[in-house]
Design a protein around this ligand. Structure first.
Ligand SMILES: Nc1ncnc2c1ncn2[C@@H]1O[C@H](COP(=O)(O)OP(=O)(O)OP(=O)(O)O)[C@@H](O)[C@H]1O
Length: 690
């Protein structure tokens, strides 16, 4: 027995030792990690100018910071400002990113560097996802989200500093935000203390009271009352930005250049132009895999279809390699991929495997994807354009700008030296445009106008944009909003339609469809349709099995059209379906918060089609004798896309969701409607002639 006891005690002793050792290890691990982070932070080029930067921010209300990719701007500057006292008195440092994935991953990284739980001192907020708390002092977010916040608090009063990151991308949100920040800064520096006025104004136009319940309104008013607004510091940041444009816009603001990059990136060009960049991409992937040392590969492609096709081709070719060389894993990332799938690219590859990330320009700026050593850049990008004369928004594939090429190569060289393979000759690089045409110059402006109107900015043409959008585009977009009932004849936001549309984070036509559906008692169905329309096609039709997939689609096609077919739950592309489900639950929550009644029209889907006619009436088309269609508002001759269930049926009158321009003007997502409904449901557009 004693021996037992002694053995037990020996066992206990040994357990105790193990526990203590484990505890020591546990304590030591974060300590070692923190030391690593400290070392890493000190080694970044920006660290050498920390003091200078703080001094510049102190002396200037607006500052432009330009530095090479990976120099530490996005992750470090907010931390410097926090340490420099800019969060005293509860102020928040807000950093905007053009893309959700950057906001999320950078926030995670900075929380780790600061040794805090994500959502505490460091957090992020993106559409429908808020990972912040009362203690958050450094907040990463999308530029679109900050614009939405401005609807609630016109002075952005909780922010002491706002950093607009990747400003060179000139997304439409960035441009609108810059204009707004300029006004906010001016007002705040005039020392406006009567913040209650903002809330009265908002309460008057019904926004604030609708958005919050009574107690929230009271608490917001309390926060604002008597609080003197502090001046707002604005920092505009990018690696490849034309500092002069921003400096001029902000009245000659100072620009600071952060010199140096962390690791070199070798840029390689092809000798000749490539005729097929997909094929060249595949060859380069395998060449790197066979000939180069360890390190993951990041490939830039133009969209989901291209990514999925390269993914398939890589997998088809892999079996031709020797067993030991087959350890290659592909990971796609594009904006309509659900976030948890997007996050997979940030996970390390299993030991011995090489990761190939197939990305759109979503991974072009701000992000650090651990493990990336090689970047393949075919030099192409897909952009949406806008033709004001016809109101159509074709997606086209164009060459990248120099700024984009630099950003892409900058995704390597972040953890060690890297290589970037540009799949075009060097002489071509010299011919590229310096920067991308700002989105505001090539997009439908109806969302922007709706937003500005909701912010109380009525004079859109007179708004101080960094670059004025095309006047005709403004007028056309206002016309569209008027026809949708969002604007009054005096061009004011209508109440309640315009107010509600401004609050729904959707394309105005989709918002309108939801509003009407709540009146037609088919919101349940319309929420599904809108969610499905918000993702890339849920139907998967590989080129080599086109006929088979068409037969499969037929089995659940609705003779009334594609919108009703979307309701039949025959989900095929699980990725898109998952994403559509997420969007569905988000917009449903949104609609419920706004007091919409989510009811179903049951088996009789007639109200849903009438509702589609009442919201998509600007996209109505009539069959012509030769089987093509004439789009009623633009007068364009269009054709039903072969993927539509109505491709062969060809009804007399239809509405469509999208026009895609290839060698034809194809329309997609189509529903059969009755011609007479147009005059009945959209008389503002189709009054019947006596
Ligand atoms: N998630 C991460 N994992 C590993 N290292 C990271 C991560 N995020 C940042 N880093 C490291 O921190 C460095 C600085 O990143 P940061 O995003 O601050 O640079 P930046 O100057 O803003 O670059 P860019 O202009 O490309 O956005 C990176 O080069 C990388 O070494």
């Amino acid at each position: 027995m004693p021996s037992m006891a002694s053995s037990n005690s020996a066992q206990r002793q040994s357990n105790h030792n193990t526990d203590v050792n484990q505890l020591k290890k546990l304590k030591a691990e974060p300590f070692a990690r923190r030391q690593n982070f400290e070392q890493h932070r000190k080694s970044l080029p920006i660290a050498a100018v920390e003091k200078v930067l703080l001094e510049e921010v102190r002396n200037n209300d607006t500052l432009i910071v330009v530095g090479e990719t990976g120099s530490g701007k996005t992750t470090q500057l907010p931390q410097y400002l926090n340490n420099g006292g800019y969060c005293r008195d509860g102020g928040i440092i807000g950093i905007t990113q053009p893309r959700r994935v950057a906001a999320v991953t950078v926030a995670k990284r900075v929380a780790e560097e600061c040794g805090v739980a994500l959502g505490q001192q460091v957090g992020y907020a993106i559409r429908f996802e808020d990972v912040t708390s009362r203690s958050t002092r450094i907040k990463y977010m999308t530029d679109g989200l900050l614009l939405r916040e401005a609807l609630l608090d016109s002075y952005l009063s909780k922010y002491s500093v706002i950093i607009v990151d990747e400003a060179h991308e000139r997304t439409v949100h960035t441009d609108v935000l810059l204009g707004l920040l300029k006004t906010v800064q001016k007002t705040r520096s005039q020392g406006v203390s009567d913040a209650v006025n903002i809330d009265h104004r908002e309460a008057k136009n019904g926004m604030l009271l609708e958005k919050h319940n009574g107690s929230e309104v009271a608490s917001i008013l309390k926060q604002c009352q008597g609080k003197k607004l502090s001046p707002l510091k604005i920092i505009i940041m990018s690696a490849s930005l034309d500092a002069r444009v921003f400096s001029e816009y902000f009245g000659g603001a100072r620009a600071v250049h952060v010199q140096g990059r962390q690791y070199p990136v070798d840029i390689l060009y092809t000798r000749q132009p490539e005729t097929d960049y997909i094929d060249a991409t595949l060859i380069t992937i395998f060449q790197i895999h066979m000939e180069e040392g360890p390190g993951d590969i990041l490939v830039f492609l133009t969209g989901q279809e291209e990514i999925e096709s390269v993914e398939r081709l890589v997998h088809e070719r892999l079996p031709q390699l020797s067993e030991s060389k087959r350890k290659l894993l592909t990971f796609p990332i594009f904006s309509s991929l659900p976030s948890e799938k997007q996050m997979k690219v940030f996970m390390p590859a299993p030991v011995g495997f090489r990761k190939v990330i197939l990305a759109t320009n979503i991974a072009e700026t701000s992000v650090t994807i651990p493990g990336i050593k090689y970047v393949i850049d075919p030099g192409m990008v897909k952009v949406r354009t806008y033709e004001a004369s016809t109101g159509i928004e074709p997606l086209i594939i164009i060459k990248t700008s120099k700024a984009q090429a630099l950003q892409r190569s900058g995704r390597a060289g972040r953890e060690g030296p890297g290589k970037c393979y540009r799949l075009y000759p060097e002489s071509e690089f010299d011919k590229l445009k310096d920067s991308t045409t700002p989105e505001i110059k090539r997009c439908n402006l109806s969302n922007v106008i709706l937003h500005l109107k909701a912010l109380g900015i009525d004079d859109i043409i007179g708004f101080d944009f960094i670059e004025q959008p095309d006047r005709i585009a403004i007028i056309k977009s206002m016309e569209l909003l008027f026809l949708l009932g969002a604007l009054t004849e005096e061009s004011k936001l209508s109440d309640p339609v315009g107010q509600k549309m401004a609050r729904l984070p959707l394309d105005p036509i989709y918002s309108k469809a939801l509003i009407i559906a709540s009146q037609f008692n088919c919101l349940e169905e319309m929420l599904i349709v809108v969610a499905m329309l918000s993702v890339e096609s849920i139907f998967y039709a590989p080129r080599e099995k086109l006929e088979e997939s068409r037969i499969a689609l037929k089995s659940f096609a609705s003779p009334q059209g594609d919108h009703l077919t979307l309701l039949n739950e025959n989900f095929i592309n699980s990725r898109s379906v998952k994403h559509a489900r997420d969007i569905h639950s988000q917009i449903r929550r949104n609609a419920e918060q706004m007091g919409f009644h989510v009811t179903s029209c049951g088996d009789d889907l007639l109200p849903l089609r009438r509702c589609l006619a009442a919201s998509f009436f600007l996209n109505a088309a009539l069959k012509q004798p030769d089987g093509t269609y004439r789009a009623l508002s633009s007068g364009l001759t269009v054709q039903i896309h072969p993927s539509s269930v109505l491709f062969r049926m060809k009804p007399d009158c239809i509405i469509f969701d999208e026009l895609v321009r290839t060698n034809h003007n194809y329309i997609r997502n189509i529903s059969r409607i009755d011609y007479l409904w147009l005059a009945e449901l959209a008389p503002q557009c189709y009054a019947l002639q006596e």
